[in-house]
Design a protein around this ligand. Sequence first.
Ligand code: HEC
Length: 148
Amino acid sequence: MSETFTKSMARNIYYGGSVFFFLVFIGLTMHTTKVMPETDNREALNESAARGKHLWEDNNCIGCHSLIGEGAYFAPELANVFQRRGGSNSEAFKAYMQGWMAAQPLNIPGRRQMPQFNLTEQEVNDLAEFLEYTAGIKVNNWPPNIEG
Ligand code: HEC
């Protein structure tokens, strides 16, 4: 066996490595596409949840909150607020959201503030539906604890 590392050996490692990892990449992409129908909670995506997603974007909730770890870290994670404040019950969560959104800002000294968005009852219900849908997405139990 040759003791020297030749140019052709380097080239083979380069091409071989590229092909190997490209195949791994294709395989993982196919796997993700295959398992998505079981993990992305698409059956819970109704029209109300879709409207809630638009409200979520138009009001820039993500500018303060994170959702499944993505977003800003100023305010609590909301991917599991359905479990945390609604006890995984749709009616209880909607009631909580109506109360919470109407009560803002709380004006408690030393506590971070959430603005008043002046949303209608229907809009708050749509946001609740969207957050309930998000809570059902299987994300390997992220966030790791109920407080987010
Ligand atoms: C300017 C920053 C900001 C924006 C924008 C914002 N929030 Fe908040 N939100 C907060 C803060 C801060 C808290 C925690 C307040 C507290 O505990 O008193 C909070 C708390 C919450 C809670 C309660 C979380 C819990 O665990 O009890 C919900 C639900 C919520 N926000 C929903 C929303 C929705 C829906 C939107 C978009 C319409 C939104 N927030 C936009 C700052 C924001």
